[in-house]
Design a binder for this molecule. Structure first.
Ligand code: ZN
Ligand code: ZN
Length: 333
């Protein structure tokens, strides 16, 4: 069976129509007729091979939404169900992490657009363990970005047990940050947005920020010292790590989920004083995606999206590459 996709045929190449023969449908597999697919900054990194893991032709797209058209005997989804898939398409299923619902850190984790062809396509066949149903209240256009962007910012809140008493900071008001601000407000947290773009203040407050700090203004960063317990870094550009770490209160946690290009450089003393933790987070397990979707459905957390037809995938990807999206681009048909 031939699937119709859009692929880059070489590093940085334009997205062009690309047909491929689907693998046979395995017992655990699900075939999805794709209606929508969000565009994540990682798709740009994959097309450009910024991480040295890309294989061409490369079909991007890992915020996939559609309808189940076929399934293997062992797949636990219903034909006709509205479902989605995120960054991960597979894992070993047997290791200690897979066994305790942490498939996202399985050493044998397989990525949707690296170990197969992604969601800029009319169909996809994929392991049903990573295919999750979408709550009725979330539209298909809004659901896509929750499968990667949404879980990426919500899973750390689960892991670090954020609650209404936690003072939260979100660095960067973009595809990830605008969702993180909404989740933080919905959890009842006092929330501060840090951004290098003063013009984003009004929208940041609309998404959930109680306070807005211009991160490139030394005076404002100084007055933001000792302000938050949990600082989620969603920025995709370099930031002043030392000044941001200083915004943490004692025993605070800085969790990096964005991908600034340069290494994180901090003097040892910055960790000693106040016993701060600097950590990262990798998307989220299927269980975390389920919880993200349910929380978003219950609390009205929704990505702000721009819709493009699949035929304009290349133009839509260019918007994400140029950081022009407000705040997430979604392909739809
Ligand atoms: Zn992503
Ligand atoms: Zn595993």
């Amino acid at each position: 069976m031939s699937f119709n996709a859009y692929a880059a045929r070489e590093r940085g190449g334009a997205l062009e129509p690309f047909d491929y023969d689907a693998d046979p449908l395995g017992a655990d597999d699900v075939e999805i007729e794709i209606t929508h697919c969000g565009i994540c900054h990682s798709d740009v990194h994959l097309v450009d091979d910024d991480w040295g893991i890309s294989r061409y032709p490369l079909v991007p797209g890992h915020e996939i939404v559609g309808v189940v058209k076929a399934k293997g005997d062992d797949a636990e989804v219903e034909i006709g169900a509205r479902v989605g898939v995120g960054w991960q398409r597979g894992s070993c299923g047997e290791c200690e992490w897979c066994e305790r619902d942490e498939e996202n850190v399985c050493p044998d984790m397989r990525a949707t657009c690296v170990d197969g062809y992604g969601g800029f396509a009319d169909r996809i066949r994929i392991d049903g363990r990573f295919v999750l149903p979408i709550p009725e209240r979330i539209s298909s256009e809004a659901a896509g970005p929750l499968f990667c962007g949404g879980v990426t910012v919500f899973a750390p809140a689960l892991r670090w047990m954020i609650d209404a008493k936690t003072k939260v900071g979100v660095v960067g008001v973009g595809g990830l940050g605008h969702l993180a601000l909404q989740f933080s407000r919905a959890m009842g947290c006092e929330t501060t947005a840090f951004s290098s773009t003063p013009a984003k203040e009004e929208e940041a407050r609309g998404f959930g920020a109680d306070r807005f700090v211009v991160s490139t203004d030394a005076g404002e960063m100084k007055s933001a010292r000792n302000l938050v317990d949990f600082l989620l870094v969603t920025a995709s550009a370099d930031i002043d790590w030392r000044a941001h770490l200083a915004a943490l209160r004692p025993n605070g946690v800085m969790c990096v989920v964005g991908a600034p290009p340069s290494p994180i450089c901090l003097p040892a003393g910055a960790y000693h004083v106040g016993q701060k933790t600097v950590t990262g987070s990798a998307i989220g397990s299927p269980r975390a995606i389920r919880e993200t979707l349910q929380f978003a459905a219950d609390h009205g957390v929704r990505p702000q999206t721009e819709l493009y037809p699949f035929e304009e995938a290349d133009r839509a990807l260019a918007r994400t590459r140029a950081n022009e999206a407000r705040y997430r681009v979604v392909l739809g048909r």
